[in-house]
Design a protein around this ligand. Structure first.
Ligand code: PMP
Length: 305
């Protein structure tokens, strides 16, 4: 995937040229995965460019850093302002993806990351459109288990977690599927490499609880809120693998994936093999929400201009 990054980034409180924002080879995060990241989208609407749930994303970045005791040298508000400043400096008017990253810098080979360890925060943005085919994707259950809280907390959005996601993605693509779904250490449905999982059965919407080793997805939270407001019952509970095979509908949620229908799992056709009506109603409401077309959810949006 080739990215078209904008020319300016925010780095440790200053706007600098992307070309000049370089890190040394001995950066700790490059060797040991000591980084935490966010993935945020801004959507072009009729009258403005709106960042979706900016504050929630930046607060999660700080929670992720706190889990790993990675010290951050700026406040939540500094980083929120940094995102807006950076988009303005780049004169961004179109929908884009924003990637804040906080990481440990030059800390030698010392694994004791602590309050005085050098750390940095950068914010980069690039043009971005659809991640998956929104008509639906074919998924398989990965033979890899999702990382768990006994060894690497899935609740922190840490760079290192993505090695687990990379393994599952490699396996599923080599087998000819679009996306993987991982089980947790107890064999229950956990999440996809970069998305949360939902199923619909008998009109009820179900998603695994945080204890199933999932990231506390912001799109997951958005989908639950939208679904409840539309009158659906939404439950967080354990999901056994085979329940996915007999679900009426399955969909994934994520900032990049938005709301993506899953039309088969391990070659079991989900429902009638097309996007289901519950998924469609949530997907359409989500698409309107992020584009500032729903008054009730305007609090989730930060205008750039
Ligand atoms: N799980 C994982 C492992 C992810 O990487 C992501 C993407 N950030 C999600 C779930 C979905 O989270 P969100 O809706 O906040 O993008």
């Amino acid at each position: 995937m080739k990215l078209e990054e904008y020319g300016y980034v925010w780095l440790d409180g200053k706007i600098v040229e992307y070309e000049n924002a370089k890190v040394p080879l001995m950066t700790h995060a490059l060797h040991y995965g000591t980084s935490v990241i966010e993935g945020i989208r801004a959507y072009k609407a009729k009258d403005n460019l709106y960042i979706f749930r900016l504050e929630d994303h930046i607060k999660r970045l700080f929670r992720s850093a706190s889990i790993h005791s990675i010290p951050l040298r700026h406040s939540v508000n500094d980083v929120i302002d940094g995102v807006v400043q950076m988009l303005r400096k780049n004169d961004v008017r179109d929908s884009c993806y924003i990637r804040p990253i906080a990481f440990v810098g030059l800390h030698g080979i010392d694994l004791y990351v602590r309050e005085d360890s050098p750390s940095h925060i950068a914010i980069v943005a690039f043009k971005f459109d659809h991640y998956f085919n929104s008509n639906g994707i074919r998924a398989c259950i990965s033979s890899w288990r999702r990382i768990n809280d006994l060894s690497l907390p899935p609740l922190a959005k840490a760079g290192a977690n993505y090695l687990n996601s990379v393994l599952a993605t490699q396996e599923c693509r080599r087998r000819g599927y679009d996306e993987a779904i991982l089980l947790d250490s107890n064999g229950m449905v956990s999440e996809a490499p970069g998305e949360n999982v939902f199923l619909v059965r008998n009109g009820r919407i179900v998603t695994p609880p945080l204890a199933s080793c999932v990231l506390e997805g912001i799109t997951r939270d958005t989908a639950m809120r939208i679904a409840r407001d539309m009158g659906y019952a939404v439950e967080e509970r354990n999901i056994p693998r085979s329940e996915l095979y007999v679900a009426d509908e399955v969909f994934l949620t994520g900032t990049a994936a938005e709301i993506t229908p899953v039309i088969s799992i391990d070659d079991h056709i989900v429902g009638d093999g097309k996007e289901g009506k519950v998924t469609r109603s949530i997907r359409e409401m989500y698409a309107k929400t992020v584009r500032a077309e729903v008054k009730a959810y305007m609090d989730w949006l930060t205008p750039v201009w």
